[in-house]
Design a protein around this ligand. Structure first.
Ligand code: M6R
Length: 359
């Protein structure tokens, strides 16, 4: 069933290029135009604000999608942890639309919000990998990830497919609204390019194993930094590492180093920097110098246009808004190998369940 893989997580990481291609086949027509439920788009078009609700990795996929919705569809977008939204509901706009992101479709923290949304009578969509799941049944609309079963507790292909499907939805909405950025973005082609780029990273997985062995074999903690689009990825990268390798990891915005975290940097601490966003790349480079000067072991993951000669992982340029789809794959593999090399059961980390059905 694992198709020759030692763990499902590695199989699921490797499946990501195919999952991207399947999404393209499912949600674009032959002219390269996104094809989505017309009622859904009409309802979304009436909304004045999009509220994305999710937990864990799905929440991180929402954070990546927030600027995508705002740029491609010009819809103000907020992303909330479902649990916190439940206790501390923000003031809502006049015409809110709720998007629930959930691989399993069974997450209780998300469901408690959907129950309220239904009581309030607001429209909702669930993006899920699980047809017929609770969140799918209880929302007005469903879009399926079609990513195939995700068995490993650590979510990988659900994250990337959630981002891609939200981008498709954002483009479809933006086109309906006549947003130039949505009309000019060749999203179908970009997702194909991204699938190829993901493939080149999974083909080079030995590099990530080597980096994990060199920098993460015995460390008790690690930091991920990024700015702009790379910040959201650094949060996901840190979650993946801590979840399966039990390394205490933190992802944070590069600028925040000098507001506190830099006091934790000492000799030998691994700092993983993600650099794809050219608006802020030079500032992240500055952070790298600051932590190196304090003895950190720096690992860099960079996109070609902002890469430097001694970067550890460099991947070809893709549309910057979508770069998290690619940069995250290296971090998934680094987390995988760190766990594997420490001898843990990668697919079943201690204390965790695949679907969290209690609040
Ligand atoms: O099924 P969901 O997407 O709603 O699950 C949400 C989180 O429980 C999940 O993403 C969790 O954080 C993962 N184990 C992280 O890898």
């Amino acid at each position: 069933e694992k198709g020759g893989y030692p763990f499902y997580m590695l199989k699921e990481i490797d499946e990501q290029p195919a999952v991207m291609r399947r999404l393209v086949q499912t949600y674009f027509d032959e002219n390269g135009q996104p094809q989505l439920d017309k009622d859904l788009l009409a309802k979304l078009n009436e909304a004045d604000r999009l509220y994305i609700l999710a937990a864990g990795t799905s929440y991180h996929a929402g954070l990546v999608a927030q600027p995508i919705f705002e740029k491609l569809a010009q819809i103000p977008t907020e992303v909330h942890l479902a649990s916190e939204f439940g206790y501390n509901t923000p003031m809502l706009s006049e015409k809110p639309f709720f998007l629930f992101l959930s691989q399993s479709g069974e997450t209780a923290d998300s469901r408690q919000v959907l129950v309220k949304v239904n009581e309030w009578g607001y429209p909702s969509l669930t993006i899920t990998n699980s047809q017929g799941s609770t969140l799918s049944r209880e929302a007005d609309y469903t879009l399926l990830l079609n990513a195939g079963p995700e068995i490993a507790v650590a979510s990988t292909k659900a994250y990337t497919s959630q981002i891609a499907l939200q981008a498709i939805l954002a483009q479809a909405l933006g086109q309906k609204r006549g947003v130039a950025a949505a009309e000019s973005l060749p999203l179908k082609g970009q997702l194909g390019t991204i699938a190829n780029t993901m493939q080149s990273i999974v083909d080079e997985k030995q590099e990530m194993d080597d980096l994990a062995k060199k920098h993460l074999a015995t460390t008790r903690n690690a930091f991920y930094i990024g700015r702009g689009y790379d910040y959201a990825v650094s949060l996901e990268a840190a979650l993946k590492l801590k979840e399966i390798s039990y390394v205490q990891a933190e992802g944070f915005a590069g600028a925040e180093l000098k507001h506190g975290t830099i006091s934790l940097i000492e000799d030998g601490v691994p700092v993983l920097a993600i650099i794809t966003d050219e608006r802020v790349a030079s500032h992240t480079r500055g952070n790298i110098q600051e932590v190196r000067a304090r003895g950190a072991q720096v690992i860099t993951i960079a996109m070609e246009s902002v890469a430097e000669a001694d970067d550890d992982i460099v991947f070809p340029d893709v549309e910057p808004l979508l770069s998290p789809l690619v940069s995250v794959v290296s971090t998934q593999l680094i987390a995988y190998y760190t766990s594997l090399n420490r001898g843990y059961d990668v697919d079943k980390p201690r204390n965790l369940a695949k679907a969290v059905t209690v609040e």
